[in-house]
Design a protein around this ligand. Structure first.
Ligand SMILES: *Cc1c(COP(=O)(O)O)cnc(C)c1O
Length: 391
C-alpha cells in the first residue's frame, strides 16, 4: 500500500508480514531462497516470476529499503548496493561503453573522481570536467556528439557549491543525455533531482540515510529501463547490499525526515552564529543569503542541509590547530551522523589533489567542514568557539 506523502511511505512500506505476525520487519539473513517444486524454480530462473532466488540478485529486506528510497525520490525502480561507490560504479558500467563520453562536474567525491579519471579510460570511456559555476551556454558547449551521461553532485563536497538542477536537466533533455545525480548531501527529503529531470539518482546510504555512522550501503534509483541494466550488471558482478545492512538502513529511513529537519536547523544556527566571527575568513551555508548560489538553493532544496564550511584565518596551520583543540566534535572520515564531525579536507580527503586542483573546487588551505549532528546546538557551537580560541 502506498500513501500520499513520501515521509509516510518511508515509515509504512514494509515486507509482507510472515506467519509470526511481527510488527517490525524481520531480518532476512539468508543467501538463497527455496522452491516448492522444480517447475517454480525453473520459472523463477527464466524470469517468468519475480520470486527471490539468491541474495546477490534480490532479498526482501533489501527490496524494502530500495522501495522506500524509490518512494522518497519519486523513482520508478532501484537497486541497492554494498556502498555508495558500488552504486556510482554500477551506474557507469551498466550504461556507458567504449567510445562514450561522460561529462562531470569537477567538484565530486574523491573516489568518484578516481573511478572517472583512472578506471573509466581503461574501458575506452572518455570524460571531461566542467566547473560548478558553469553557465547554461558552457554546459551546452561541453556536450560532445558522443556524450552519453552527465554526472554531478549538489551540494558539492566539501565546497558546498549548488548546481542548478533545473538548468542542467534542460541541457540533458535537449541533447538527449542521461542525467545522473549523486544526492547524498541533500538526501531525498530535502531535494528530489528526478523532479528536475534526472534519469538516475545515486546515494551513499552510509551518510545521512543511515545517520548514525553504523553501516555502509548505497542505492541507485531512476527510470525502470535504466535500472534494469544496472541490476543485470550488479547481479552478475556482485556488489549486493548485505541484508543486515539493509535492515539497519530501512529502519533509519523511518526517522530520516525528522532527523534532517533538526540537522538543518542546527546547521543554520551554527552558520548564523559563526558567519561574522573574527577568526573566520569566509563561511558557506546554502541557506545563508551570503552564499553565492543562495537563490538556486532556495529553488531546489527544502532547507540548507547539515553541512557548514568555513575558512579559518591562518590557513593550513590554523586548520590543524582547530581540529586538535576540539573536545566534543569527532575527527573522522564520515559525515551525516548524529554526532557532529569536523574535517580538514586539505590535509586529509583532498590531500592527493594538487594545490591548483584544490583551488578549482574551493578547497582552501584553512577550509573546515562541519557535519552538524543532533547534539544540542549550544554544545556544538561552544566546542567550535573554544577550539577557535574563545571560551
Ligand atoms: C561517501 C560518499 C560517496 C561514497 O559512498 P560510500 O558509501 O563511502 O562508498 C559518494 N558520494 C558522496 C557525495 C559521498 O559523500
Amino acid at each position: 500500500m502506498r500513501f500520499q506523502h513520501p515521509q509516510t511511505n518511508a515509515i509504512r512500506i514494509q515486507t509482507e508480514r510472515t506467519n509470526e505476525m511481527e510488527h517490525s520487519t524481520p531480518m532476512f539473513l539468508t543467501s538463497s531462497f527455496c522452491f516448492d517444486n522444480a517447475e517454480d524454480m525453473r520459472a523463477a530462473f527464466a524470469d517468468e516470476t519475480d520470486d527471490n532466488i539468491y541474495s546477490r540478485f534480490s532479498n526482501p529486506g533489501v527490496q524494502e529499503f530500495t522501495d522506500k528510497i524509490c518512494a522518497l525520490e519519486g523513482a520508478e525502480a532501484g537497486y541497492a548496493t554494498a556502498s555508495g561507490m558500488s552504486a556510482v560504479f554500477g551506474s557507469f558500467m551498466a550504461l556507458l561503453k567504449q567510445g562514450d563520453h561522460l561529462l562531470s562536474c569537477n567538484a565530486i567525491f574523491g573516489s568518484t573522481h578516481t573511478v572517472i579519471a583512472k578506471y573509466l579510460p581503461k574501458f575506452g570511456i572518455d570524460y571531461s570536467y566542467i566547473s560548478a559555476d558553469a553557465t547554461e551556454a558552457e554546459w551546452e558547449a561541453a556536450i560532445r556528439p558522443n556524450t552519453k551521461m552527465i554526472y554531478l553532485e549538489t551540494p558539492t563536497n566539501p565546497g558546498l557549491d549548488i548546481l542548478d538542477l533545473a538548468m542542467i536537466g534542460r541541457v540533458a533533455k535537449k541533447y538527449k543525455v542521461l542525467l545522473n545525480v549523486d544526492n547524498c548531501f541533500a538526501t531525498p527529503v530535502n531535494q528530489q533531482p528526478i523532479a528536475f529531470g534526472a534519469d538516475l539518482v545515486v546515494h551513499s546510504a552510509t551518510k545521512w540515510l543511515d545517520g548514525q555512522g553504523r553501516v555502509l550501503g548505497g542505492v541507485v534509483v531512476g527510470k525502470k529501463e535504466l535500472i534494469k541494466e544496472i541490476y543485470l550488471f550488479c547481479r552478475s558482478t556482485g556488489p549486493a547490499l548485505s541484508p543486515f545492512n539493509a535492515w539497519v538502513l530501512s529502519k533509519s529511513l523511518e526517522t530520516l525526515d525528522v532527523r534532517m529537519e533538526r540537522h538543518a536547523s542546527n546547521a543554520l544556527y551554527i552558520a548564523q552564529q559563526l558567519e561574522t566571527h573574527t577568526s573566520i575568513a569566509s563561511l558557506r551555508y546554502p541557506y545563508l543569503e551570503s552564499h553565492p548560489h543562495h537563490s538556486i538553493a532556495k529553488q531546489q532544496m527544502k532547507n540548507g542541509g547539515g553541512i557548514v564550511c568555513f575558512e579559518l584565518k591562518g590557513g593550513l596551520e590554523a586548520g590543524r590547530k582547530f581540529l586538535d583543540k576540539l573536545e566534543m566534535l569527532s575527527l573522522t572520515a564520515n559525515l551525516g551522523d548524529t554526532r557532529s564531525i569536523a574535517s580538514h579536507p586539505a590535509s586529509t580527503t583532498h590531500a592527493k589533489l594538487t594545490e591548483a586542483e584544490r583551488q578549482a573546487v574551493n578547497i582552501t588551505p584553512g577550509l573546515i567542514r562541519i557535519s552538524v549532528g543532533l547534539e544540542h546546538r549550544e554544545d556544538i557551537l561552544a566546542d567550535i568557539l573554544q577550539a577557535m580560541g574563545e571560551n
